[in-house]
Design a protein around this ligand. Sequence first.
Ligand SMILES: Cc1ncc(COP(=O)(O)O)c(C=O)c1O
Length: 407
Amino acid sequence: MEQEFHRIRRLPPYVFAEVDAMKARARAAGDDIIDFGMGNPDSPTPRHIVEKLIETVQNPRTHRYSTSRGIPGLRRAVAGYYERRFGVAVDPETEAVVTLGSKEGLANLSSAITSPGDVILVPNPSYPIHQFGFIIAGAAARHIPVRPDANFFAGLERAVQHSVPKPTALVLNYPNNPTAEVADVDFFAEVVDFCRYHGIYILSDLAYSEIYFEGNPPPSLLQVPGARDIAVEFTSMSKTYSMPGWRIGFAVGNRRLIEALARNKSYLDYGAFTPIQVASVAALNGPQDCVDEIRALYRERRDVLIDGLEAAGWSVPKPVATMFAWAPIPPAFRHLGSLEFSKILLREAKVAVSPGVGFGEHGDDHVRLALVENLHRIRQAVRSIKAYMGRYDKVVHTSESKRLAVR
Ligand SMILES: Cc1ncc(COP(=O)(O)O)c(C=O)c1O
């Protein structure tokens, strides 16, 4: 009875929990912590969406169980979005399912299609559910690079050559959390080609489809002809409409995969609360200026944060999409690793970030900053980081001079 459960043993303790516990202790002690940790949008959901929820909830008929695969109107609305935004036709009956957020969809599709011992391919670093959905279902994960370049394809080739059994699925996520990497349709076409040849399913996570700042809007994998023979794509209301707590997202694509997900879900849930689904229809079919505003808000925060850090002596690439900055740990601190560096930032600068190692071993030389604090607080954080880095330089300089003097 004392043995740890098989599944739980395969889930390592959440790395973020350590920083979260420190953050909670600091706050309890009265510290004002500026929190760039979790990618939890802080803006309210646009008014017209909230109002539609309120109006719908007045009707007692909506208080009953909903439908697991989602109300038809919402599946039609997501098909409309794919048509408008990507020029992709989706059959709302057979090619779309409403999920309780994309995280639930990813987890339940992974479990629906996995046999124990399967090998799946997942980038490292990555958003945890990308591999743990499969690991919970008994698969083994083989890691491939995140950046969509020649190395990525070399990693894919190696993985297929050396995995026994052959990989059954590949997870893609562009724009990427945590690295903010983006991919274009040509890249997707090459991956689809490869995976069709080798009989590998693709799960594409497009949660940041509308959070972009430069270049072309992020494409859908389903724009590639033939992609729907092997792929399903996940989108989400969480970031696009600032609805993270509402728990609503979509899976769209290959019929067999969609059917598998729908069947699995039919045993597990009765669908999202109907008023949430009706309000989501209002979001997708209604005015879209709220999406422009959300995008503009993240862009402004991004600029203030990245320019500020640069001036403070910490050079961080400007993300072209997502709500995250993927920051290389400054050289003087790199040997500490991302968890220790995150703890230092919290203790010394009162700034919380996510240690990159929480997204996988190849993330350990970075930390992730989510753009979920307002401009005033971002500026405050930058000042505080700058002051600490200044002090740190002085400490290092003094001890280094002493060391040299003794020689
Ligand atoms: C890449 C990625 N996929 C999925 C999710 C989860 O989104 P949802 O709220 O739709 O479950 C997140 C949330 O941070 C994410 O970053």
